[in-house]
Design a protein around this ligand. Structure first.
Ligand code: PMM
Length: 284
């Protein structure tokens, strides 16, 4: 497994946040559902994202959109493994986006270097022991339950305080189970058990998540709350592929506050935006 030799935390030579490009091998993700479902299309897409400048490719075989049903483990393995193997074989740094230890283990054996678990290990009791054993970087996201009914848990008195509290307790639990502190990345989980207003408030106060003292990954890309801006009430949100400019704006915000990385579908527009914002900031 490649994790033990990985220099971590990964940083870009140009100082911009690490850009994680999304490779969803699913028929039903809200953002790009079905587009890259065929193995060869997913591999081709991953290669394009690397050509656009992605630092990490995040390969996932389970849609986590609100209300989504889970695929079987066998189906998730079938979707993910050939894509991980091929992209890692090209030399790309691959993370596997999974809540299942069995899938994570097979992906690590196929060349993945990072585990990205939207449940932070809560969905499968075998996940944390696996990650500890393999000593690989672990992205732990704020999570309150599976997608089928997660939006019923989008209830907060103070979303920023509660997300920070739940995330820091989760990080402490992971460390107490043997995870090395410097292998951990935290993610506030935009869109997961959160309504649009919660996502906006969390973004505005992202500095509080950063204040927990871990590298922070921000995953707002193409999420529904970005598609509602400028759309009259009662009309449907903009389609997912029309949300990349809004995503670029959130990436600039995340970079300004010091996020470690951004997880995005369209890498080129994100990097264009990040480079532009920095050129303005650094101009005399
Ligand atoms: N969002 C999705 C899937 N995986 N992983 C992390 N760490 N953070 C996220 O915000 C996140 C994720 C859902 O979005 P997609 O369907 O576009 O992949």
């Amino acid at each position: 497994m490649s994790g033990t030799t990985l220099r971590w935390p990964l940083r870009r030579a140009d100082g911009l946040p690490v850009v994680m490009g999304v490779v969803n091998v699913t028929p039903d993700s809200f953002s790009d559902g079905g587009e890259w479902f065929e193995t060869s299309a997913a591999i081709q897409h991953g290669r394009e994202l690397v050509a656009q400048g992605a630092d990490i490719l995040d390969v996932g075989g389970e849609s986590t959109r609100p209300g989504a049903a889970r695929p079987s483990t066998a189906e998730e393995l079938r979707r993910v493994l050939p894509v991980v193997e091929s992209l890692a074989g090209d030399g790309a740094m691959v993370s596997v986006d999974t809540m299942r230890a069995e899938v994570a283990q097979a992906a690590l054996e196929a060349g993945a270097a990072i585990v990205n678990d939207v449940s932070s290990g809560l969905a499968d009791p075998a996940m944390v022991p696996l990650v500890v054993r393999c000593d690989v970087p672990f992205v732990a996201m704020h999570w309150r339950g599976h997608s089928a009914d997660m939006q019923s848990r989008a209830v907060y008195d103070n979303v920023v305080a509660e997300v920070c509290d739940e995330l820091s307790k989760r990080a402490a639990a992971l460390v107490s189970q043997g995870m090395s502190r410097d292998r951990l990345v935290l993610d506030p989980g935009f869109g997961f058990a959160k309504l649009a207003a919660h996502n906006w408030t969390l973004l505005r106060h992202l500095d509080r998540v950063l204040g927990l003292g871990y590298p922070v990954l921000v995953g707002t890309s193409r999420k529904a709350f970005l598609g509602r801006l400028g759309v009259p009430a009662g009309h449907p949100p903009r389609p997912a592929h029309e949300r990349d400019s809004a995503t670029a704006a959130t990436s600039i915000h995340a970079a300004r506050l010091g996020a470690w990385g951004v997880r995005v579908h369209h890498v080129r527009s994100t990097l264009d935006a990040l480079r532009t914002a920095r050129a303005i900031q650094e101009a005399p």
